[in-house]
Ligand binder design. Structure first.
Ligand SMILES: Cc1cc2nc3c(=O)[nH]c(=O)nc-3n(C[C@H](O)[C@H](O)[C@H](O)COP(=O)(O)OP(=O)(O)OC[C@H]3O[C@@H](n4cnc5c(N)ncnc54)[C@H](O)[C@@H]3O)c2cc1C
Length: 469
């Protein structure tokens, strides 16, 4: 369905109004009623949501947050930022979590979602090549996108993801798809640079690059680089200091299951109550279970959001897509991100130096595979691509990690279908560092019924109407 631009703007604005009306009905920002909100996941999505929920309710102090993460999110009391890269890595291990270590690129310019690209070039062609590539151990020439068919064919969630992808690409596509990612990306930079946000401004996350150089040599302004792991750690510590009486972190506790409210009676208007959650059950590393009750629940588990949503039959089409990361040093001192050739990824300069040599984080490749191990061919390909721009490269470390891609390559932010007290903040894909803080701010505004500078409509989970397969 195609709409003229005036008509599509009118539809978008009407939808925004409807969304705002339905989402502002239970404003907690000004209400005196105390609320306990549980945030599941302490990555950039969960921490950013906590930051704005706590910040906006500072006056009435009526919101308490419990943040749960299966990993150690605050593993020491050291309040000094680590001065060297090595110190940082030992002090704050990344446990294969993309919010601890990623490509470091803050990229508001990277707006184009997968759903607007050529299905043949982006999916079918690489898919056919992958049939041969995964059987080829000397696969240096694999395309940037590959599909591990053997595993994918037996994974039901892939069928659901693919169905949602096709529906979003062909039928449900919103007017101005490019604009959709653009607004949250730009809003994120506003949040990062908000001069009134003393907490965020106090975090030293090594913001460094000024722009991105494209393959054709053109420069894109507005992009930058910084360390997502340092940012998350700084944000966590800031929240613990500023809101110590209203913010509890339960780390090393894994979310096991969700408890549904049993009352399905009628409300004062005679309408049946919406489904709701009453508690979350966690398991700690000794196997001890705890049931934690709350009024509202935010699911921000990255790649793990989909399996949990499945348990309560909430559509959340996210697929974990593997990427590679390599940290290198070079004698070349570059102050901008470099786009690596053939669409394989980026080289982002860091503000750390080792023996006078600039550190860079290389990131790239899109492999649909459950395999978690770093692949030496992918690592070599990233290093070789970086060598085109950077001299005497030395590899410092390398790893692989999965990105939580949503079926239409847009974040999923807002209330979960059919539940009155469950919200999603997930599906950030390859732009999580570049949209995380803004997404947390948007979700907090939706939960508290506050206005936000971003139209929530393109991100609402209800665009994925049903669960398939
Ligand atoms: C290789 C690679 C390079 C990337 N490069 C960039 C980049 O340059 N720029 C950019 O903008 N983005 C980049 N990204 C994307 C970005 O890192 C992610 O989108 C973002 O970190 C996702 O954040 P999240 O909070 O949604 O999920 P996560 O970071 O996965 O956080 C989820 C949290 O939930 C916890 N959790 C999971 N399951 C459970 C459970 N059962 N119980 C309790 N806790 C649980 C995890 O421990 C984790 O802390 C990259 C990603 C990868 C993999």
């Amino acid at each position: 369905m195609y709409l003229s631009s005036a008509a599509s703007e009118a539809v978008a604005s009407a939808l925004h109004k409807i969304a705002s009306r339905s989402l502002t009905s239970s404003s907690a920002a000004t209400s005196q009623k105390k609320q306990h909100i549980i945030i599941l996941g302490g990555g950039i999505a969960g921490l950013s949501t906590a930051r704005y929920l706590l910040g906006h309710t500072q006056q009435h102090r009526n919101v308490n947050i419990t943040l749960i993460d299966r990993n150690v999110v605050d593993n020491n009391n050291n309040t000094q930022p680590s001065s060297t890269y090595e110190e940082q890595q030992t002090e704050y291990p990344h446990f294969s979590t993309p919010s601890r270590r990623n490509g470091n690129v803050l990229c508001p310019s990277l707006t184009i979602p997968w759903t607007t690209r050529s299905l043949f070039n982006e999916a079918i062609k690489p898919a056919i090549k992958s049939v041969f590539a995964f059987n080829n151990n000397q696969a240096d020439d694999r395309p940037a996108i590959t599909f591990d068919w053997k595993s994918l064919m037996s994974d039901r969630s892939m069928y659901s993801f693919a169905t949602h992808y096709l529906l979003q690409k062909t039928i449900y596509k919103p007017p101005k798809q490019h604009q959709c990612n653009k607004s949250i990306l730009e809003y994120n930079m506003e949040c990062l640079d908000d001069p009134c946000d003393a907490l965020v401004q106090s975090i030293d996350y090594g913001r460094f690059a000024q722009g991105t150089q494209l393959v054709d040599g053109k420069m894109v302004e507005g992009d930058s680089s910084g360390d997502v792991g340092l940012f998350c750690r700084g944000l966590l510590r800031g929240l613990q200091c500023e809101f110590d009486d209203r913010f509890v972190v339960r780390s090393e506790e894994s979310v096991d299951s969700l408890v549904l409210t049993e009352d399905h009676g009628n409300n004062d208007n005679g309408q049946q109550h919406q489904d709701s959650l009453s508690a979350v059950v966690t398991v700690d590393r000794n196997g001890i279970k705890s049931t934690i009750h709350a009024d509202q629940f935010v699911i921000a588990l990255g790649n793990e959001s989909r399996p949990l949503c499945n348990k309560i039959q909430v559509p959340c089409p996210i697929y974990p897509v593997k990427g590679h990361l390599v940290t290198i040093s070079s004698s070349v001192d570059c102050i901008y991100n470099i786009t690596l050739p053939n669409g394989i990824g980026y080289a982002a300069p860091m503000d750390h130096k080792v023996n006078g040599r600039r550190l860079y984080r290389l990131s790239g490749f899109v492999d649909f595979t459950p395999n978690k191990e770093p692949d030496q061919h992918r690592i070599d390909a990233l290093v070789n691509a970086a060598k085109i721009h950077l001299d005497d490269v030395e590899v410092i470390d390398a790893s692989a990690c999965h990105r939580p891609f949503s079926a239409d390559d847009r974040p999923i932010i807002g209330p979960a279908a059919k539940f009155g007290n469950v919200y999603l903040c997930t599906g950030f894909g390859s732009r999580g560092w570049s949209v995380g803080l803004g997404s947390g701010s948007l979700l907090a505004s939706l939960i508290l019924g506050l206005p936000c500078n971003v139209d929530p409509e393109p991100y609402l989970p209800r665009r994925f109407g049903a669960r398939y397969f």
